[in-house]
Design a protein around this ligand. Structure first.
Ligand code: FAD
Length: 668
């Protein structure tokens, strides 16, 4: 008797920045080509799915955010499945596959996915396909692409198995009979490029992929309908975010000379804004617009310069088959085109392959089309990484390299994510600076490369830099500085120990020192207010390139040492040739170049604070290198000090993290 198979499966996603969502949506679209019916929901749409009764295969696509936390729209779900009251067979009817997205630059890689998986298994669910752990640090597609390729066979296998398990020889199958075949599967169009002209010059990126046959992804039809109405929307103001317009009171450049990144301190006057009350350790979002020149360039590329004040209407294409299709929630109604490109869409986004694929259809020149096809093809993965992803080319920079490409506005809206605010850590304490909020930032520089003829600054830091224009005299004290949109970020666990007697270690090179300035200012005030109290020992490991160029807050830090607020200040200079440590001149061989070297030098005291005195260790700053190196060094320290093996040392560190005694506030 033929096996009769149900075709339905469920896709659930939890997504912070839209990547997990877009992968989930891609699966839902592709399902049809495989003769399958996908039911797509976000994890927080609990009214749309019911795992308690679900018999069909369930595919989870989940990202991880912050310090290993679930994305906002998966929080409730994760909380729910963690309940201790659930029995070990709660999900024994469930079979699942899981794709976890994460970034190995951060601690707790793919933690949300791992948590969900752990709980599903503890509750009896069965896995029908190997779990994928995709790393944004090296490119999600390295894992995502092969995982997606194998998924279909796995789903079909799971459905077939369910059908055969279910066949009742007396009653026969109750489900609709349908053979699942690959006949409709036309996802990859085989594109023979060998007969189409020659190659592109290096400004468009020379094709290095053999041009025999490319697997170019299929193109989903547009799902948004966009029209422009000739209503002048010039008066548009930003009212879609719960932020405050806070005046900048002071701007100070903290670094001097070249060979160092430019660091600036901004002081905001928050006295008139009660919602801006913060504690040291808090961070807040700065809402910056896209650069006016880039918005103009984009309008030019769209051929819409003369319509920039027209009102934009975005709706769903009536006949769209895209599962879960929605008008992006971050596009408010009745906005002008100028406002849309200035405040809503991240036009600096590095275009994903799907976006490049869509651009092919709007590119006139054959050679350029072929190059785009190559970049989005399976065979062009390395090229894509080298030419687009690694140098961080923005969509505008890509368009510049493909002059014959004229994308429609709807394509941009479909593919560009929300313009994200940039978070910054408070570098002050309200106790020391009532009504003020300080923060420090490095001006990010993107150097010129083959796809970017001229270097540029980071979006927000470049914007702030231009706003305060440190070259001009008004920088030092005049009230002519502008206001910026700011909002406090909720949920912060990066806090001083509530018990004043607990010792703590702070590791914050470069601008990573920011929250520790707040901590120490707070501690200074606490010491004044509680002269009788016993205060735990305090350590700060700071690092920079040169003592006389980028030693941020030097005077203030040395002042903390003099007043006894900071017991140990350990500074490493990575580029100074000879360095004085106390009275000894250390040679470049022996001197600690980076914070982790200094940590190693003081391994005994660190171990004592963390493992004997119940103390805390805080790390703030660069996630890509520093935080990893510090983490590895801590493992090394635990290994040698406790005489345990690597695994045991890792467990000990993980335990400290669990107890919130090893805390990170890192970015990159
Ligand atoms: P963007 O235009 O957004 O570009 C930066 C992005 O490009 C980053 O993803 C980076 O990895 C990448 N990038 C940078 N240089 C290159 C390059 N040469 N080539 C390719 N890619 C590159 N920053 C501070 O300076 N001080 C703080 O106190 C601070 N606190 C933070 C707190 C939190 C909780 C978080 C999450 C981040 C914090 N940041 C802080 C980082 C800050 O939010 C911004 O990311 C940073 O200022 C850059 O923003 P931007 O818009 O100028 O750069």
């Amino acid at each position: 008797m033929p096996c009769e198979v149900n075709t339905r499966f469920v896709i659930l996603y939890g997504s912070q920045k839209g990547q997990a969502q877009s992968i989930a949506e891609g699966i839902a679209v592709e399902a049809e080509d495989h003769g399958l019916v996908a039911e797509l929901s976000c994890l927080n749409q609990s009214e749309k799915y019911n795992l308690e009764k679900e018999k069909a295969p369930v595919v989870f696509i989940v990202s991880t955010t912050g310090d290993g936390e679930p994305p906002d729209n998966a929080l409730q779900f994760v909380k729910g499945i963690k309940k201790k009251t659930l029995s070990t067979d709660h999900y024994k009817h469930l079979c699942y596959a899981l794709l976890a997205l994460g970034d190995t630059n951060y601690a707790n890689f793919c933690n949300c996915g791992k948590t969900i998986e752990r709980r599903l298994q503890a509750l009896g669910a069965k896995q029908f396909y190997v779990t994928g752990y995709a790393d944004d640090g090296v490119g999600l597609e390295v894992v995502v692409d092969p995982w997606l390729e194998g998924l279909w066979k796995a789903i079909k296998g799971a459905l077939s198995k369910m059908a055969s398990d279910k066949v009742d020889p007396l009653k026969g199958p109750s489900v609709r009979a349908l053979a699942i075949t690959d006949s409709k599967y036309a996802r990859t169009a085989s594109y023979s490029a060998s007969d189409e002209g020659t190659t592109l010059s290096d400004d468009g990126g020379a094709p290095h992929v053999p041009l025999s046959s490319l697997n170019v992804p299929a193109l989903p039809p547009p799902y948004l309908h966009v029209s422009l109405q000739d209503v002048d929307s010039r008066e548009q103001v930003r009212n879609d975010v719960a932020d405050e317009d806070i005046p900048i009171e002071r701007a100070i450049q903290l670094t001097t000379g070249d060979l160092v990144k430019t660091s600036l301190l901004l002081e905001l006057d928050t006295s008139a804004y009660p919602t801006m009350t913060y504690l040291p350790g808090d961070s807040f979002d700065v809402f910056c617009p896209n650069r006016a020149t880039e918005v103009e360039d984009m309008l030019c590329r769209l051929g819409l310069q003369d319509k920039k004040h027209h009102q934009v209407h975005v709706s769903l294409n009536k006949d769209t088959k895209k599962k879960g299709a929605q008008v992006p929630s971050y596009i408010p109604p009745s906005i002008s085109l100028l406002y849309l490109l200035t405040w809503c869409l991240e036009i600096r986004t590095v275009p994903k392959k799907a976006f490049l694929r869509a651009l092919v259809e709007h590119t006139g020149d054959t050679v350029q089309r072929r190059r785009l096809q190559e970049l989005c093809s399976k065979q062009g993965a390395t090229e894509y990484n080298q030419y687009v992803r690694d140098p961080g080319l923005s969509i505008l920079e890509v368009l510049t390299a493909f002059p014959s490409c004229s994308p429609p506005l709807c394509l941009l809206i479909e593919h560009l994510p929300k313009l994200q605010p940039r978070p910054y850590s408070a570098a002050s304490s309200c106790l020391k600076h009532p009504g003020k909020l300080h923060f420090v930032f490095n001006v990010v520089e993107f150097s010129a490369c083959s796809g970017r003829p001229v270097g540029r600054r980071g979006l927000c830091t470049g914007w702030l830099f231009d706003l305060i224009n440190p070259g001009k005299p008004k920088c030092s004290g005049s009230h002519a500085l502008p206001k910026i949109h700011v909002s406090l970020r909720p949920k912060c666990s990066f806090r001083l120990p509530s018990d004043l007697s607990v010792p703590f270690v702070m590791v914050g090179p470069g601008t990573g020192v920011a929250p520790f300035i707040g901590f120490l200012q707070q501690r200074e005030k606490e010491r004044q207010d509680n002269p009788e109290a016993v205060f735990g020992e305090t350590w700060l490991f700071f690092g920079c390139r040169y003592r006389d160029r980028d030693y941020l807050f030097r005077e203030e830090l040395e002042g903390f040492v003099t007043s006894g607020v900071l017991d140990h200040l350990k500074v490493s200079f990575s580029r100074d040739e000879l360095e004085m440590e106390g009275n000894e001149v250390t040679t470049s061989v022996a001197r600690p170049r980076y914070v982790q070297h200094n940590l190693l030098l003081h391994r005994q005291q660190i171990t004592e604070i963390l493992l004997k005195k119940n103390g805390c260790l805080y790390v703030c700053g660069d996630a890509k290198n520093m935080a990893k190196d510090v983490n590895d060094t801590l493992i090394e320290i635990i290994k040698t000090q406790l005489q345990v093996d690597q695994l045991e040392a890792m467990k000990t560190l993980a335990g400290l993290r669990e107890e919130k005694r090893y805390l990170q506030d890192i970015w990159g």
